[in-house]
Write a protein that binds this ligand. Structure first.
Ligand SMILES: [Fe+2]
Ligand SMILES: [Fe+2]
Length: 277
């Protein structure tokens, strides 16, 4: 059974966050050497700003993990599209090119095709990963003033369709992941603007067929709090990944998740231990 390592908000480019990310990946390799068993979910803000240097450094870390045969699933956050004062649409394609694998359809295009679907694992224990871009409808110039997110109607509609595809429905487990947090504390300048719509779509899906449409985990980041919201919306695991590099002393839980077991067994991999703060 594949296990999930949930990382978030690395912010490479801010102070020594790159060195901290390098420490984390080495510790993952050292403490979890059976790489094929792990899927690493990165819920956005990989970099502080979308500069060439930051992207290159974050990419090197992700490429290292992939070379070691870990599966890595990144999704963009507000900082990944940010050029200081402004978010830029051109970074949508840049993000895909840098952080998705070359044989992935996502590498090829800048069309709005999120959510990104990955089906991983053996028959009988397959996991469908549904990755959303919570910045998709937040890239107008006037959106850059704050740190909000907006999934947008188009992507929500596509999410509805993808979640009902046979290949997704037949998976034993489903994991939805995105950057922006959807539970309290919401803040007018930091929240997901279409939280209510997103929740409505998820609820309708789950109510339609409780057994086959079960969502087993919802992973997100953005507010650097690292809180646990398990049981919300009837989803057994609702995890805020905090900031894995502990930017500005933020909470840094490195949750290791086995979906076949009770959430009480999930634990903190503590991959920053030994880092010389
Ligand atoms: Fe962040
Ligand atoms: Fe963020």
């Amino acid at each position: 059974m594949k296990r999930i390592i949930h990382l978030s908000d690395l912010h490479v480019g801010h102070q020594d966050m790159h060195e901290r990310f390098e420490h984390i990946i080495k510790m993952i390799k050292f403490t979890k050497p059976e790489a094929e068993k792990y899927v690493i979910v990165l819920t956005g803000d990989l970099v502080e700003r979308a500069t060439e240097k930051n992207y290159e450094q974050a990419k090197e870390c992700i490429d290292f993990l992939r070379k070691e045969r870990y599966t890595v699933l990144p999704i963009p956050g507000n900082h990944d599209y940010s050029e200081g004062l402004y978010h830029s649409k051109r970074n949508v394609k840049k993000f895909k090119k840098a952080f998705f694998e070359k044989d992935d359809d996502f590498f090829q295009t800048d069309r709005e095709e999120y959510p990104k679907i990955d089906i991983i694992g053996q028959q009988g224990e397959r996991i469908a990963f549904i990755g959303l871009d919570s910045m998709a409808d937040e890239l107008h110039w006037y959106d850059s003033l704050w740190a909000n997110g907006e999934i947008g109607e188009k992507q929500l509609k596509r999410m509805d369709e993808r979640l009902r595809e046979e290949r997704v429905v037949e998976c034993k487990y489903k994991v939805v992941y995105l950057h922006h947090h959807i539970f309290a504390p919401l803040h007018p300048t930091h929240e997901l603007k279409d939280t209510d719509k997103f929740v409505k779509h998820l609820k309708e899906y789950m109510e339609e067929d409780g057994e086959k449409h079960k969502i087993n985990a919802l992973c997100f980041g953005h507010n650097h709090h690292g809180h646990i919201w398990n049981g919300q919306l009837g989803i057994p695991r609702c995890y805020d990944g905090g900031t894995s590099t502990s930017k500005a002393n933020g909470s840094s839980p490195h949750r290791v998740i086995d979906l076949s077991r009770d959430p009480i067994n999930d634990y903190d991999g503590n991959f920053l231990r030994g880092y010389p703060f």
